[in-house]
Every structure is written in C-alpha cells, then in structure tokens.
Write a protein that binds this ligand. Structure first.
Ligand SMILES: [Zn+2]
Length: 176
C-alpha cells in the first residue's frame, strides 16, 4: 500500500512539473512595468498587470489581464481599464524593458558615434540626450517621461553617459 501511494505521489508530482514550468515562464513574461496610452486622456501612462493571475490564466489557455497599478491611480482607480486591450494585443510590445531594448537596438551614440550594443541589467546604463543637451540615464526617468523622451531624445552610449555629471533625479518612481 505504501509503495503504491509513493508511486502515485511521484506520478502526480511529475505531472505537475510541465504546468509549473509554463506558469513560471508566463510569470517572467508578464511581470514588469508597461507603457500604455490611456484611452481617457490619450497620454502615456505606466501600468503593471497581475503577473501571477495572468500567468495562471495563460497556462489554462485563456489569458486574462487585470491592472495592479497605474500612474493615474488612486484618482482613477475605478476606471474601466480599457487600456488592457493594448496589452492583450501585444503583451511584450508595451513592456518598458522591451521598448528600451528596441529603442537602443542598432543605435549609435549621439555624442561619440560608437555602437551602443545590447542593454545589460548590470554595468553602465546608456542614456539619452534631449534638445536641451542634458544627458540622462534612462533608468532615472519615470516610465511616462521615458515614453515621451523616446520621441524627442537621441541615444547616448554608457561611456559618454558615465562621463557626464548627472542632474539629480526628480521623479519619485524610476523606469528601472
Ligand atoms: Zn558615446
């Protein structure tokens, strides 16, 4: 009886491994800050979705997103979350880390003209230079400012960014 129970327990455990793997992979995909255009104000806003809920529902084949934070909260915490359609259409496309990687992809530094290369989590962070010639690290900008800066700024390599004296960070919530 004991052996049968053990075999049953092992089979049950092994049958759960693929599901756990899928949920963990989905979780890694759905977590993180995203930029959406708020349908009410037509401005870029920073949002996050419930990654655990999205990962679990995706594993069942019926992905459901719901917001856990938005830069317009708490004032508009009761909104209808219509921006979720943008995340449903492109779950990876509106991720801040994906947008940053895309913006720097194949870019050359506006100052020294060297290739910026891949964005790494550690080490020097590349920056942006604005029309006012001020250089900022992308991590020092808020998510909403970052979305605007991509339209008006040019990329700066990590070396040039490190050489420049950084202005103090004004945003309370950084994009990193
Ligand atoms: Zn440079």
């Amino acid at each position: 009886m004991g052996t049968l129970f053990l075999v049953f327990a092992i089979v049950l455990f092994l049958s759960c491994v693929p599901l756990v793997f899928v949920v963990v992979r989905n979780y890694a995909r759905f977590r993180g800050s995203r930029v959406v255009v708020c349908p009410e104000t037509v401005t870029p806003e920073a949002v996050e979705v419930g990654a655990v809920h999205a990962a679990w529902t995706a594993a069942r084949g019926d992905t459901a997103f719901r917001l856990t934070s938005c830069s317009r909260w708490p004032e508009r915490a009761d909104c209808s979350q219509r921006c979720l359609t943008q995340i449903e259409d492109a779950p990876d496309g509106c991720l801040v880390r994906a947008r940053v990687a895309r913006w720097y992809e194949g870019a050359t530094c506006a100052l020294c003209k060297s290739a910026i290369g891949e964005i790494r989590r550690s080490g020097h962070t590349p920056g942006l230079v604005g029309p006012d010639r001020k250089i900022r690290k992308w991590r020092d900008l808020t998510v909403e400012d970052l979305a605007e800066a991509f339209a008006t700024h040019r990329p700066v390599c990590p070396d040039c960014c490190a050489k420049t004296k950084q202005p103090p960070t004004t945003g309370s919530r950084s994009a990193a």
